[in-house]
Ligand binder design. Structure first.
Ligand code: NDP
Length: 323
């Protein structure tokens, strides 16, 4: 197949590109700037099983916030794999800085696909489009985040509204088939040293700069599993019209630090749990800590039976993905 992979410079997308090339597919990756093309090629060249597969790799310039480039990028493509979306480490003051590119960028990619007759679409959504509601764990693919829920940050809203927009778009264009992949926090090995926000959490824990860690948890999944699910979704028509949660299990932040401390005992990694009362007090003075409060003491669990039964996934355990 010929796949248009949006945001190929991303941590997850680079891994998907590698797996697609190794499986014999043709990959055209979108970049905001072609100046990143060599860096992405180098990252892939260091890992592909056959150097000749790089002949099947090309790039196209397209920004989520602009119309230019999308139609040209889609020429000769069979499948749209849409992974590009802003994922910053801290939330902007204006939530539309995330919501607008996520939603409008998704629609730009889908419209260009539709205009050039591309009917198969795989989208990287997130569990943040699933877990912000009062239903309680375990969450499954029938659950949707409520953008008005206290746990819905700007990022949660951007992913929820972008995935909703994609389902609405394909509902209006019944010739198109969409599969959404909804990963929890993605860890595991990056292809190079330019990786996204999720591994920055591990860098921060490794640095030991926080004397204590707030007690809240999240689902964790290995990037290899997330990538494999994108490829399987494309290869299997029975995944069309469905969402698939990607998560190997959930862990509290201090326990994640303990896994790292056991693996790297000489690094001075801190694992102490900050008392909830202290976190609440510090949140009075710090917006970043304040954003944690709705999650304090919580750890979402996810039901991944759909990915296991339909795709045959056997998820890498969280401690392995962390290490
Ligand atoms: P990265 O930040 O590494 O990748 C994000 C990609 O989106 C980059 O290629 C980035 O381009 C691109 N992008 C951002 N804004 C724009 C824009 N305005 N126009 C064009 N491209 C843009 O993050 P990940 O690889 O971790 O995330 C990839 C996808 O997976 C995202 O959709 C994210 O929401 C989702 N996801 C990630 C999880 C995680 O824990 N990592 C968990 C669940 C979902 P550039 O390199 O130029 O900045």
């Amino acid at each position: 197949r010929s796949v248009l992979l949006t945001g190929i410079s991303g941590f997850i997308a680079k891994r998907i590109a590698l797996d697609l090339l190794d499986a014999g597919h043709v990959v055209r990756g979108t970049l905001r700037s072609m100046s990143r093309a060599q860096e992405v090629t180098d990252a892939l060249a260091a890992h592909v099983s056959d150097p000749a597969s790089l002949d099947r790799l090309s790039f196209a310039e397209a920004d989520l916030t602009q119309d230019a480039g999308w139609d040209a990028a889609m020429q000769g493509i069979d499948v749209l794999m849409h992974t590009a979306s802003p994922f910053p480490g801290s939330m902007p003051k204006d939530e539309n800085e995330l919501i607008t590119p996520a939603v409008e960028g998704t629609l730009r990619a889908l419209k260009a696909a539709q205009a050039s007759g591309v009917t198969r679409v795989i989208m990287t959504s997130s569990v943040v489009a699933i877990e912000a509601n009062d239903k309680g764990a375990p969450f499954d693919e029938n659950d949707w985040s409520d953008p008005a829920h206290p746990r819905s940050t700007a990022y949660f809203k951007s992913k929820t509204l972008a995935e909703r927009a994609a389902w609405d778009f394909v509902a209006a264009h019944p010739d198109m088939a969409l599969t959404a992949i909804n990963p929890s926090l993605v860890l595991g090995s990056p292809l190079d040293q330019r990786f996204g926000t999720s591994l920055e959490l591990i860098e921060r824990l490794m640095s030991g700069k926080d004397p204590m860690l707030p007690c809240f948890g999240f689902g964790i999944v290995d990037v290899a599993d997330v990538s494999a699910m994108h490829v399987k979704a494309m290869e299997r028509e029975d995944t069309a019209g469905q969402r698939f949660i990607a998560s190997g299990g959930s862990m509290m932040l201090p326990d994640i630090a303990k896994v790292l401390k056991d693996a790297y005992p000489d690094r001075g990694i801190k694992t102490a749990r900050a008392p909830d009362l202290l976190v609440r007090f510090l949140a009075l003075f710090d917006a970043q800590i304040r954003s944690i409060l709705p999650n304090l003491g919580t750890m979402p669990e996810f039901d991944t039976s759909r990915a296991q039964s339909v795709m045959g996934m056997e998820f890498v355990p969280p401690d392995e993905a962390i290490r």
